[in-house]
Design a protein around this ligand. Structure first.
Ligand code: PLP
Length: 481
């Protein structure tokens, strides 16, 4: 048996490091080793359970009550706020959308119509997925080039066919706190549901100083998502969706007695589900409590200040917009001459050579033609505090290496693709053609330290349907036996 585990260890050696703060996306290291041990032990205890049925395994309901109660207190929900533990941010967002759609249909005479979901273009892609799955029209409200939403732009789009508006606290791409109070008030007067997506910041912003109210204190906010597997510091597989009012919460459920087996009653999308992530999150919230999260948030606050100060001292680079909380996006400072600018994707590629991974984000040309700048995303975590000077030095050195180099330009590749019929309004490649295109672009496989600037530039400029088919192919091929 030990050789099996040895094989797994060897496979894991190829992974980007999950601890230590050198990967500034996907992973959330508190820097407290005891949290991992506690989470592992709790997860092991709960491993054989099936979260499908808390009547058979009441420990699951007990842990859920504690976790939901903790989250509700933190987000200033009253007793009428109830909720569900889900498998992650995407599932929480999906359920918020499904609930709002079902309530919209009920209030529209049981209509099976196709309502709209209105959200800033910076809202997480989980809402595009939800709109696709639950048959809503996704109406993306254009933001400024720095990813800032003007409340009136969103409010102007509200009408009787809108089932849900979504705002973020904060948004992932630029760390912006949307104008939640204005949007929620406008939604409320029109009887429209309003979801605050705090999947990313839900376990940080409650302790972040100087913020306007953004949670259940805001009248008109009807649901909030907050991920324990991000800044709750739990292992992957756990998030909370809170709903204002039992009626709304119950609309989230699927229940049927209409088949030959046991009655099925699910608050979530899954049937059978692991209780291990819940148990790990329960143990961590019990251990950290309010004070523990406050201390970790204070640490992130110091990291954010130090990183922003470091970026201010790097010519040609800037922090995009005015981020709140633990996400920062770096962009090129276009106010300086071209020769002094630092392209964020070139910077991300150069940072790999210094042992750090920051996440390139392609630019987004919105409906109104305004482009949200391409950038490099940083997820800031407490573990970074002890190395923030080293990180700042690496940023400065990497910036020196790429300063003046223009952004990658996939002109030749795009011309070739257009000739092959994959230009705007052209064909969408099937699996074989998409694979050929990937190889043509030199991206037949993506390894942890492969330069990404050209691929990102290509993704931004390709027709969306082509880019999506090509990326689907890349991911699908990775797991083909
Ligand atoms: C704001 C926001 N919403 C939703 C999600 C989706 O969460 P998950 O990846 O856990 O499904 C994320 C993930 O980063 C996020 O940042």
């Amino acid at each position: 048996m030990s050789d099996i585990l040895d094989r797994l260890r060897r496979m894991r050696a190829a992974d980007a490091p999950t601890h230590g703060g050198h990967v500034l996306s996907y992973v959330y290291d508190s820097g407290l080793g005891e949290l991992d041990e506690l989470a592992d032990a709790a997860a092991r205890l709960a491993r054989p359970l099936n979260g499908l049925d808390p009547t058979v395994f009441p420990s699951i309901a007990a842990m859920e009550r504690d976790v939901i109660g903790f989250t509700r207190r933190m987000l200033h929900g009253r007793r009428s706020v109830v909720g569900t533990v889900t498998s992650g941010g995407t599932e929480s967002c999906l359920l918020a959308v499904k609930t709002a759609r079902d309530l919209w249909r009920l209030s529209h005479g049981g209509s099976s119509g196709r309502p709209r979901l209105v959200a800033p273009a910076t809202a997480h892609a989980a809402f595009i997925k939800a709109a696709q799955l639950f048959d809503l029209e996704f109406d993306a409200v254009p933001c400024s080039p720095d990813g800032v939403l003007a409340a009136s732009d969103l409010i102007d789009r509200l009408d009787d066919d809108v089932a849900l508006v979504v705002v973020s606290a904060p948004s992932y791409p630029t760390g912006t706190l949307d104008p939640i109070a204005e949007v929620a008030a406008a939604a409320s007067t029109r009887g429209i549901s309003c979801h605050v997506d705090s999947c990313f910041g839900g376990f940080v912003l409650p302790w972040w100083p100087g913020l306007p109210a953004w949670d259940f204190r805001v009248h008109g906010v009807t649901s909030i998502s907050a991920d324990l597997h991000k800044y709750g510091y739990a292992p992957k597989g756990v998030s909370v969706l809170l709903q204002r009012g039992r009626r709304r919460h119950r609309a989230q459920f699927f229940a049927t007695t209409g088949w030959a087996g046991y009655p099925v009653v699910n608050p979530t999308l899954l049937g059978s589900r692991s209780a291990s992530p819940l148990a790990a999150a329960w143990a961590i919230t019990q251990h950290l409590g309010d004070d523990g999260y406050r201390r970790l948030t204070d640490s992130i606050g110091r990291v954010a200040l130090a990183v922003r100060a470091a970026v201010d001292g790097i010519p040609g680079l800037r922090v995009i917009g005015d981020p709140v909380g633990p996400a920062i996006a770096l962009g090129s400072d276009d106010s300086v001459p071209v020769a002094e600018r630092v392209d964020p994707h070139r910077l991300a590629d150069a940072m790999v050579g210094h042992g750090w991974k920051i996440q390139p984000q392609p630019g987004l040309v919105q409906q109104d033609g305004v482009r949200i700048a391409h950038s490099a995303h940083l997820t800031l975590t407490p573990v970074l505090e002890s190395q923030v000077e080293e990180f700042a030095r690496a940023l400065a050195e990497a910036a020196d290496e790429v300063r003046g180099r223009p952004a990658a330009d996939p002109k030749m590749m795009l011309a070739a693709l257009r000739m092959l019929g994959y230009g705007e309004g052209g064909r969408v490649p099937g699996p074989a053609a998409a694979w050929r295109l990937l190889r043509l672009a030199g991206a037949g496989s993506v390894s942890a330290d492969q330069p990404m600037a050209m691929l990102m530039a290509l993704i931004e400029r390709l027709p969306r349907s082509v880019a999506e088919a090509v990326l689907t192919e890349l991911l699908a091929r990775m797991s083909e036996p």
